[in-house]
Design a protein around this ligand. Sequence first.
Ligand code: C2E
Ligand code: MG
Ligand code: MG
Ligand code: MG
Length: 290
Amino acid sequence: RFGEGSELSLHEAGQRLRERLSDAMGSVTRLRRAIDDGVFGIAFQPIVDIRSGAIHHFEALTRFDEAGTGSPFETILLAEETGLIEDFDLAMARKAVSWLGRLPLNDEHVCIAVNISGRSINSAAYAEGLHRLLEENIWLRRRLSFEITESAQIADLDAANGFIQGLRRRGFGVTLDDFGAGAASFRYLSVLEVDAVKFDGAAIRHAQRAQKGRAFLSALTELCRRMGISTIAEMIETPEALAFVRECGCNFVQGYLFGQPAADIGRFAQLPNRGLLVPPRRDPVGAAKA
Ligand code: C2E
Ligand code: MG
Ligand code: MG
Ligand code: MG
């Protein structure tokens, strides 16, 4: 259409570009306001102990839409691209802390994990803000943990490890999220001293189909076990996927099979498919398979 050279189509193209720019600027402005005013939601999804079937903790996932069901993925990417992610991750940590603080007494054992972008982890402003938040809320120890997402590359791995060790020394767990989704995974695992690794859902699905996938995932969980690192399998949707990751030795599972993210954790009191998690009686609990 440009080839036609009509002034009208050039004018149209300019118009469209302006609209897209103003849309993008609108999104950034809205995001900035959401961060400053704390107007975004949280949904929680259980992470379940594969042996006992008990809920170990909940992952806190940001929700920007009113229904609380839409994925924040695009907004998170926008925040990473526009440098707003550190402020956002801090706002999310604050929201999670205040949510934990408002739980009734009988929920005092509830633990949650919040996501941190690989970009925030190298930010001095984020580290300082988080430090202040945690110092003011010492009761949070062992109730709060962090998942480092791989959507943005970690610029300085050694500095990131320093940050991680600071959190762990103070009693906060750290998980390496989406392991297997990015190319930097191998170096990440050898440099970052984390408590747990969460295997990426798509990578698990791939391993489930690949000829040597079972050997691969089993070896990977064994490697983690030897390094003293727990393993979590995400996006478990079917009993077959659950059986696969159990046979491969994963310690924890998360996914629609056990519950979609929801604002109210009360909904998980009766965990669906809990029975699937408890190994059948005659199963020698994997020991004989090793
Ligand atoms: P993630 O940390 O890997 O979170 C898991 C995502 O998988 C969530 O998507 C969750 O809703 C989805 N999920 C869970 N179980 C299943 C399943 O069985 N099947 C399928 N198909 N999906 C499942 P969500 O909520 O859309 O979040 C997407 C990503 O956005 C997160 O991936 C995380 O990287 C990022 N994110 C979410 N909240 C925050 C935040 O507060 N800060 C930062 N930095 N990133 C966040
Ligand atoms: Mg996560
Ligand atoms: Mg994940
Ligand atoms: Mg993921």
